[in-house]
Design a protein around this ligand. Structure first.
Ligand code: UDP
Length: 398
């Protein structure tokens, strides 16, 4: 790690800790969408919030991201185009990551190089993390499924792995070393607080079976309250949308407003009586839940994944079993105080807390790499060297 901050600077940095050290951080966003996103984009909004706060806390941050990205960090647009309709395509992810690794190695040749790479970009950077000397912190943004579990069993020990909820950590297969859990952040002050609600329920997300827009329709019908559905129909989701959602949209009891962003999205969330989350997957985090709670909008969710950590039963929402119970829980919404919803997420998921936690993760990732045999800065390490050294490492803090 580099550069002790001057006492003067430390005094003027809110949240700066006594043992503060300024770090040079390369944040690696995915190649698909700009940071912050204009509409859909949970990972991109997390990356945006974190970069802003790390800069605010005095770090030197370079954000490697898709074109059109904006940040107080120094922005390096990696590819020539965004690829919103080709999410996951290896052609673009490989190109994106290889260019970033090259830039990080070039920086290492001119002192000082980056202290750490914080990777949010998918699979490529982690798989190749033992080919670059700079320590890498990898935030897990997706669920463990059979294919991703095999991938992480093979590659997770190449980096400092951060889970975004206890539920996600608990679902990690044996042999996948999760170093720590750091939840996603939310800037509560950026969301409008609205205690007076209009008479509709909201579902907001990708039109995917596991997110349950069709189950939200059934639950709202059960409750006898109109439903607004918002979110993109991404490539591959068209037939599900047609078969399960579109036929119920009548512009009155069930309205579909498409993908939303900006002030329109915030108002839609803030005025809803509740956000419905009839999820049937191990939701790794669920940014929409903390966004809704920030606005004072309770969340009624199936008791799956991180919903069981984010929703406080009977305080900020309800955890239910099925559509019937979800519909019935709507009648209990008056028991909840919107002020508690906002206060609870402000207390538990503030950007400052999350940025401070990542500073710790960056230091631990650096300490872990320092245990490896010494190597010239900027020289890419070979796989066998790192593999042999890994056996000697102490387990990272949990
Ligand atoms: N979102 C949006 N417009 C939409 C639908 C979703 O801006 O029409 C945003 C939503 O506010 C959230 C993100 O996309 O910030 C979705 O993230 P989440 O973690 O909830 O879901 P996932 O990453 O699993 O899709």
């Amino acid at each position: 790690m580099s550069h002790q901050l001057s006492p003067l600077l430390t005094r003027h940095l809110p949240g700066a800790v006594a043992e503060y050290r300024r770090m040079k951080i390369a944040v690696l966003a995915p190649p698909w969408l700009p940071v912050p996103p204009t509409g859909y984009g949970g990972i991109e909004s997390v990356v945006s919030l974190l970069c802003e706060r790390l800069v605010h806390r005095g770090h030197q941050v370079t954000l490697f991201a898709a074109p059109g990205s904006r940040s107080s960090a120094s922005v390096h647009e990696v590819l020539e185009l965004c690829h919103p309709d080709e999410i996951g395509r290896a052609l673009y992810e490989a190109d994106h990551v290889a260019r970033v690794f090259r830039a990080v190695e070039d920086a290492a040749r001119s002192h000082p190089g980056f202290d750490v790479i914080h990777d949010h970009s998918g699979f490529m950077a982690l798989a190749m993390a033992d080919r670059i000397a700079t320590p890498l912190v990898h935030t897990l943004h997706g669920p463990f499924e059979p294919a991703t579990s095999r991938f992480y069993r093979q590659h997770a020990d190449k980096a400092h792995i951060v889970a975004i909820s206890q539920a996600q950590r608990a679902s990690a297969p044996p042999g996948v070393p999760i170093a720590e859990v750091i939840p996603n952040p939310i800037d509560v002050a950026a969301w409008p607080f609205q205690p007076d609600k209009d008479n509709y329920l909201l579902w907001l997300g990708r039109m995917h079976e596991t997110k349950g827009p069709h189950r939200a329709i059934a639950a709202a019908r059960e409750a006898g309250v109109p439903l607004v559905l918002a979110g993109p129909v991404q490539p591959g989701q068209e037939s599900f949308f047609q078969a399960e959602v579109a036929k119920h949209v009548d512009g009155d009891r069930v309205r579909y407003v498409g993908e939303v962003g900006g002030r329109h999205k915030a108002d839609l969330i803030a005025h809803a009586r509740a956000l419905l989350m009839p999820i049937t997957w191990n939701e790794p985090f669920g940014m929409v839940m903390v966004e809704a709670l920030s606005c004072g909008t309770p969340v009624i969710s199936f008791a799956q994944g991180a919903a069981t950590e984010i929703v406080r039963e009977g305080v900020t929402g309800f955890l239910v079993r099925d559509e019937q119970a979800m519909g019935a829980a709507v009648a209990r919404l008056p028991e909840l105080d919107p002020r508690n919803c906002r206060a609870d997420v402000a207390r538990r998921f503030s950007v400052d807390q999350v940025a401070a936690a990542y500073e710790g993760a960056y230091r631990r990732a650096g300490a872990r790499t320092a245990l490896l045999p010494s190597h010239p800065v900027g020289v890419t390490m070979t796989g066998p060297v790192r593999s042999a050294a890994r056996g000697q490492l102490a387990p990272t803090a949990g």
